[in-house]
Design a protein around this ligand. Structure first.
Ligand code: ADQ
Length: 487
């Protein structure tokens, strides 16, 4: 590419769009996640590029489709095509079958197979080639997440001199777990080729530093805790914690809209005189769905005073539906819901409402707004945006957040929520009972603090902090929210 003004190049496993086929025609549907919301205005302003897999596991190229569509969304999308074998070994097996369980402390679920590691290295190289073909010296290359930890090193090996920075969305494990990975040294060495590494929490940053010290005793770690520098092999890498967040005002405004108010009213109208407890998760063993159902069962066993007066609404968003382990997990959840409902249902009261599908954004925000209690109890989670979205949508400011101490979000939201150990299901049941009877004054006081926290530390501020640490501060603030409190 020719030399031109520096831009931001986002590199992630998936592009923020989906290819949808209608008959013989294919078209792109833009994504709506938090990352797209945060990145889109900056990419548009600076004429940025997003590189990622197009999501088609057949290896078919869709370049023409992307060229046309990218003009319409205001920044360029550059697809990386993956063959079926690459998808299987790099994505399914190594990223999701080794790194995901290892980084979430599920060692017994990890598979360690050299051929999957080899494919991980080779696909990371493929992404580095895409960076080389779509960027200029002076551009900032911002790589996202655990699928692509080696892209910075691969770029260096290709002789591509760019500032490359990295953000890990999932937790970083403690060193004694991480060291079980046969390729642990190669991963740390790879990550140390980035100029800046961002983690969700201080605990993740600290775990990473411990691994560096163990595996590379010659590395020099210096600087204040919040912004440490690692000097190794002639390179300097900055390391920090940058807790990711959400578009607070986006959720707040949507939750205040008439369409959501109507939907929220409709949900509660069908369940009169009941308090609603809400759980929302992608189907995954890290989210603690079964433990949460068990906690709800104990609540019903132990506290008959709330029978008929409470409903648990568990939304499970389908995920990895082609993987046997996930299909089995879904069956176990189905059975557990059926068993608990079979045990406690009577007259017109069915205690658990179980939704297994993709709900619309309007429906999701309506559930957030109208549920008196959110039960967010992952066994381990990098951040957990549901917790933040619930608070931003709690416009009556009277919802109670019950939050796992093992979610990254607990670092900022722990004080004003009811913090629980999700493995201690009896204690979760007790906190649910406490939340049910919590008086209005305490509910409001806690929720106001939670909302103020998410409002202040929103996704735009996250972006500003990260880019500023990367040495590329934004020309003007992109934040849509102010620090003033309406609550
Ligand atoms: P996840 O584990 O996927 O991501 P999580 O933080 O739980 O993410 O957020 C899920 C997102 O999906 C939320 O923004 C939510 O609004 C959205 N969502 C939920 N139901 C939906 C539905 N039916 N349709 C569409 N969208 C829906 C990883 C890490 C997390 C980390 C995030 C961000 O595992 O710990 O918080 O990245 O860094």
């Amino acid at each position: 590419m020719d030399e031109k003004q520096s831009t931001i190049v986002i590199v992630s496993n998936r592009l923020p769009v989906k290819i949808v086929r209608t008959g013989k025609k294919s078209e792109l549907i833009p994504g709506s996640g938090g990352l797209v919301t945060a990145f889109a205005p900056v990419l548009r302003d600076r004429g940025g590029i997003w590189i990622g897999w197009d999501g088609d596991a057949s290896g078919q190229s869709h370049k023409k489709l992307f060229t046309k569509e990218s003009t319409a969304i205001g920044y360029l999308l550059r697809p990386v095509s993956l063959t079926p074998l690459e998808v299987q070994l790099y994505y399914e097996d190594f990223s999701n079958g080794t790194l995901w369980p290892l980084f979430h402390d599920f060692l017994d679920r990890c598979q360690f197979q050299p051929e999957t590691w080899d494919m991980y290295c080779s696909v990371n190289k493929k992404f580095a080639h895409a960076v080389a073909n779509n960027s200029n010296p002076g551009d900032l290359i911002w790589v996202q997440d655990y699928h692509l930890m080696l892209v910075g090193k691969c770029c260096a090996e290709l002789g591509i001199k760019r500032k490359t920075v990295f953000f890990l969305h999932i937790p970083f494990p403690p060193w004694d777990l991480f060291m079980r990975l046969p390729w642990c040294k190669e991963i740390i060495d790879g990550i140390l080729h980035y100029d800046l590494i961002g983690f969700q929490t201080e605990r993740d940053r600290w775990n990473f530093i411990r691994c560096v010290r163990r595996l590379f005793p010659g590395a020099l770690v210096s600087g204040p805790q919040r912004s440490q520098l690692i000097e190794y092999d002639g390179r300097i890498t900055r390391v920090g914690a940058f807790p990711i967040s959400i578009d607070f005002e986006g959720f707040n405004q949507h939750a205040s809209s008439q369409e959501v108010a109507d939907e929220a009213w409709y949900i509660h109208e069908r369940l009169p005189e009941r308090k609603l407890v809400l759980g929302v998760d992608r189907l995954d063993y890290t989210k603690g769905i079964l433990e949460r159902l068990k906690a709800f069962e104990i609540l019903l066993e132990k506290y008959p005073d709330i029978h008929d007066k409470i409903n648990f609404i568990q939304v499970v968003v389908p995920s990895r539906t082609n993987v046997k382990e996930y299909q089995e997990m879904k069956c176990t959840i189905d059975e557990t819901v059926g068993r608990i409902n079979g045990r406690f249902t009577h007259h017109d009261w069915v205690p658990i409402h179980y939704i297994y599908r993709n709900v619309s954004r309007r429906e999701l925000v309506a559930y957030y707004r109208t549920s008196e209690i959110a039960l967010i109890t992952p066994l381990k989670d990098g951040m957990n945006l549901i917790a933040k979205e619930y608070c931003a949508s709690s416009v009556e400011t009277d919802g109670v957040l019950i939050l796992s101490e093992f979610a990254g979000a607990a670092q900022q939201m722990g004080k004003s929520s009811l913090l629980v150990n999700p493995f201690h299901v009896e204690a979760v049941a007790d906190q649910l009972h406490k939340a049910y009877y919590m008086d209005e004054g305490e509910r409001k006081s806690r929720m106001r603090k939670l909302r103020a926290e998410v409002r202040r530390n929103n996704i735009f501020r996250w972006m500003e902090h990260f880019l500023s640490a990367a040495g590329m501060p934004l020309p003007k603030p992109h934040s849509t929210s102010t620090d003033s409190s309406d609550d």
